[in-house]
Design a protein around this ligand. Sequence first.
Ligand code: 5GP
Ligand code: ZN
Length: 114
Amino acid sequence: MDNCIFCQIVAGKIPSEKVYEDDDLFAFKDIHPAAPTHVLVIPKKHIPSLMELKEEDERLAGKILLGVQKVARKLGLQEKGFRVVNNMGEEGGQTVYHIHFHLLGGRHLTWPPG
Ligand code: 5GP
Ligand code: ZN
C-alpha cells in the first residue's frame, strides 16, 4: 500500500527505530511515546484495522500476540508489566489505518484510560 505510512516503514522508505522483525512482523518505537517504552507491533501485511482481520489471518493474529510477548521480553518488561492496546476506528482513537498493537511500559499505567 503506497499511501500507508506503516507499509512504508516496513519497506524502509520511512525511517524508524526498529526493535524486532521477522518474516511476518515488524516492531518499532512510536514517534510520540506515551510511556518510557512505547513500541508498535504490526504485521507486514496491510490490514487496515482489527475489524478487517479475516479468518485466513488467524495464524497471523496469533503470531502478532506472540510477537508482542517477544518484544516485551526483549525490552525487559515481563517482570514489572506492561499494556497492549489496539485502537479501532474513530471513537477508538485509531489514526493510522494499518493494524497495530501499542506496547506500553516503563511506568505505572492508570486504568481506565480516557
Ligand atoms: P493509533 O492512534 O492509530 O492507534 O496510533 C498510531 C500511532 O502511530 C501513534 O501513537 C503515532 O504516534 C504513531 N505514528 C504515526 N506516524 C508515525 C511515524 O511516522 N513513525 C512512528 N514511529 N510512529 C508513528
Ligand atoms: Zn499498510
